[in-house]
Write a protein that binds this ligand. Sequence first.
Ligand code: GLA
Length: 732
Amino acid sequence: MGIVIRDKVFTIHTKNSTYQLKVDDKGVLLHTYYGARTDETDYSYRIMPADVGFSGNIAVTDDRTYSMDYFPQEYPVLGSGDYRVNCLEMDLGHGVKDCMLFYDSYRTYSGKYSLSGLPALFAGENDNVETLEIVMKEDKEEIYVHLLYGVFFETDIITRAAFIENKSGKEVRLSRVMSLCLDFARGDYDMIHFHGRHANERNMERVPLFHGIFEQRSTRGTSSHQHNPFVILADKNTNEEMGECYGAALLYSGGFHIQTEVDQLEHARLVIGIDDSELDWRLADGDIFTAPEVMLGYSKNGFGSLSHKYHNTVFRHLIRSAWKDRQRPVLVNNWEATYFNFNGEKLLEIAKQGAELGLDMLVLDDGWFGKRDDDYSGLGDWNVNEEKLGCSLKELVDNVNNMGLSFGIWVEPEMISEDSDLYRAHPDWALAVPGREPVRGRSQLVLDMTRDDVISYIEGRLFALLDSANIQYIKWDMNRSLAAAYSAGLERERQGEVRHRFVLGLYRVLEDLHTRYPDLLIEGCSGGGGRFDMGMLYYTPQIWCSDNTDAIERLRIQYGTSFAYPMSSVSAHVSVCPNHQNGRTTPFKTRGICAMQGTFGFELDLSRMSDEDKMLAREQVKTFKKHYRLFQFGDYYRITSPFDNPDFTAWEYADKNGREAYLAVVFTDVHGNPLPKLVRFQGLIPEAVYKIVQDGNAVEPRTGAALMNGGLLLPIPEKNYDSTAFYISVEE
Ligand code: GLA
């Protein structure tokens, strides 16, 4: 039983966690507990009533110890005398933001709620998933706030979302609608977040919370390279294998806002939702505004176990693609091989070599359409440049198929170049303030995805493309941030809605694609990992993790990404050396091992590889395919951190029943007179004896206990960036 309700105390259990909220005798919705699995005690006894001073008291009582300013709440609002960061800012027509919510009703049902137009976790037919919906009503107006809780018992995840329903008979203005508030009874946590920049995404940073507000935010219209909509709050001593931690991931691909505040009573509050920097939403009578979903997770066994909860939930309840359980294609992408400089013949040469290496797919990247020989023109004109290809797209695809490879293609549908037929015909389809110079990014403008005519155009072009040839995959790119995003399709008063409507438009197209082409594999991309979030994973089961293909820098990028996102969602390719982003040279073997941490593929001119590299590539493809299920469905362990361990980075995949595992090590520094280094496995059966194959050679078998507690001695690297990999399996 996931949800237990007694005297307006709502206790939500998952297998290993408990969450509790309570409606008190005044009708206020308090948050009373979230943490390790416990009983149904009314945990509101932990709230100490006090007259804190300068903390407002709501009119339902003259008790000065009763204040919203320090009570832990589920959905705090501005105007209630709570001076901390809040969830809702609403102008009811007085010109000030003033509202107060009281409990109205609740309902529960088995299965999972969905959110119209937004991604949300779903339940399979026999899954143990329940929904709790609590309805709050504005004190004086017929405005209802529905708080939704999805309880994923088996995978230990609780989702939250909210929607505002206006039945007041008038329009109200929303300037902030967050998805959740989580109040803690303590404030001395560490915050772990993932920051970065283009080609250097998701660096992990761990910092202590402090008095005041700490925030991660994207105002870019995308979730962004700079911050990721996933954070962890952890005890000071929490590490990969032990300690308490809480995770929160927003299922949204636009700008977002995460705030953590330690207040005057040393309590922490976490608030998450869409970016409110420019939000001004006019909610008409009868309308609804929905705040996207958040996945909450709790673990008392460290970050490793928290990540497993997220990974398992993403597999079972977020990814809908038919490719979820299928073996993803090992592909070659021509971007770093040719950039814009290719023709049909060159592509076929790469494909031919790919077939010889055992690859599954050729992906044709940017430059195949319109006038597009550089990145200054052509976006929006999604018609094939047959002159450049030397044939029709269908002929090219048929030829590739005849070589035994399937075919994928790059698109960037949300964009428009000023030098394009589309822009010449529809200048008002670009987001830009009339009469002012637009802000350009990569010399391009952003299409107005809030407009129906733009959406129909994009869908028309995409459908025509996909129907024109046997295309099995698209790489959906998005190569700039939004700025001064004015929509010519909306009146002045509604410009504060553009950014959210833009994301809803994007989701609409992705949903339509999913419905019309259920077998299409879509890879997300935004200049690499600029839109790597749970929202995109609902539509695109894999995302190009970074435009940085250097194996060593990828160790950090992929490490940070793995905290929330399963490695099967992380697209990673072997590229040439010296590397195009940083000039570094790494062994081919190491590049393969790093790319196998994710979906695995190649992004180089295969026809120019040395015979030795070809041999290694062939072996890598074989290894990846042989252990594919382990890589995709095994439990992923971060064995060492590239941020903490300067000498080597190690990670492991262990089969869920612990009978086999793959552990990879990349040496990131070498020393004269080197020190002995050990690496310890996780997730094995202590008493089982494992055969060990290191880089293809059998070495002495060991018990699971020995491998997990004693570890294995690592070889001494001959040179920097060497690597080694162990495949172990229980001896039959
Ligand atoms: C983005 C992508 C790259 C490539 C280029 C093409 O930067 O991240 O992988 O597709 O666009 O222009």
